[in-house]
Design a binder for this molecule. Sequence first.
Ligand SMILES: Cc1cc2nc3c(=O)[nH]c(=O)nc-3n(C[C@H](O)[C@H](O)[C@H](O)COP(=O)(O)OP(=O)(O)OC[C@H]3O[C@@H](n4cnc5c(N)ncnc54)[C@H](O)[C@@H]3O)c2cc1C
Length: 263
Amino acid sequence: MYAFTLDRPTSLAEALQSAASGAQVLAGGQTLLPAMKMRLSQPGHIADLGGVKELAGIEPSGNSVVIGAMTRHMDVANSNTVKSMIPALADLASHIGDRQVRAMGTLGGSLANNDPSACYPSAVLGLGATVHTDRRRIEADDFFLGMFTTALEPGELLTAVSFPQPKTACYMKFVQAASRFALVGVFLAQTDHGVRVAVTGASQGVFRHKSLEDALNKSFTVASAAAVHVDADGLNADIHASAAYRANLISVLTQRAVAHCLA
Ligand SMILES: Cc1cc2nc3c(=O)[nH]c(=O)nc-3n(C[C@H](O)[C@H](O)[C@H](O)COP(=O)(O)OP(=O)(O)OC[C@H]3O[C@@H](n4cnc5c(N)ncnc54)[C@H](O)[C@@H]3O)c2cc1C
C-alpha cells in the first residue's frame, strides 16, 4: 500500500462533504482495494462509507423494494422482503462470488463499478429499476454506459436503488469457474411494461436483447425464445469462451429462465 488520507464519515452529509472535496468512496473494498494493491488505482483521499448507516437497509415501498447502496450482497440474499417480493434478486445475490465477497461487497459498489461480467447490473436493467443518487434519479436504461462506465458524475454518490416488483423473474448465470463472475448471465423479467431480457458477461457491458424481448412479448414460451437467432457479432471472445459460445449461452440461459418462470 501507499499513503493516502482516510475519512470515516458517519452520516450521508459528512460522506458528501468528503466526496465534494475529492475523496474516492470506499464501499466493501472488493474491487477498490485489489485495484489499489495492484497500483491500478492510486487515490490520495478515500472516504470509507462503512459507518454511514443511512446508506444500508432494505425497505418495501409500494410495489417496489428500495435497497440502500451500502447493503451487502449477503443481506439482500437473506432478506425476507426481497425473497418474498423479488425472489430472483435474492437468488442472484446468493450466488455472487463466495461468502467473503458476499459479506463485504455492496449493491452500490457493484453498480458504480459496472464490471461487464457483474450480476447486479443485469437485475437493475432487467427489472427496469431506478438508481437514486444524492442529486437525482436515473432510470436503469440510462445508467449503464459501457465497460466500467456509468452515468454517475465525479463526486456523485449512489444512495439506493428502487426495484419494481415483477410479475415473474429469473436470473440464470453460467459461472466463469475461476472468478465466479458471470461468463454469461441472463436476467429475465415479466414486468407491467412487458418482458425485459438483460444480458451480462457477454459484451462490453450489460445490455437488453431486443429480439428476445420482442419474441417473448409475442409468446412467452421456451420455443419462442429458442427460435430467436442470437448473433455472435460484437460479443466478447477470450480464453474462456468464443463469441459463438457466448451467443449460444444467451439463448440457452434465456430458454431456461423462461422455463423457470413458467414452472
Ligand atoms: C473474488 C470475487 C468474486 C466476485 N464475484 C462476483 C460475482 O459472481 N458477481 C458479481 O456481480 N460480482 C462479483 N464480484 C464483485 C463484488 O461482488 C463487488 O460488488 C464488487 O467488487 C464491488 O465491490 P464493493 O461493493 O466492495 O465496492 P468497492 O470496491 O469499495 O468500490 C467499487 C467502486 O465503486 C465506487 N463506489 C462504491 N460505492 C459507491 C457509491 N455508493 N456511490 C458511488 N460510487 C461508489 C468506489 O469508489 C469504487 O470505484 C466479485 C468480487 C471478487 C473479489
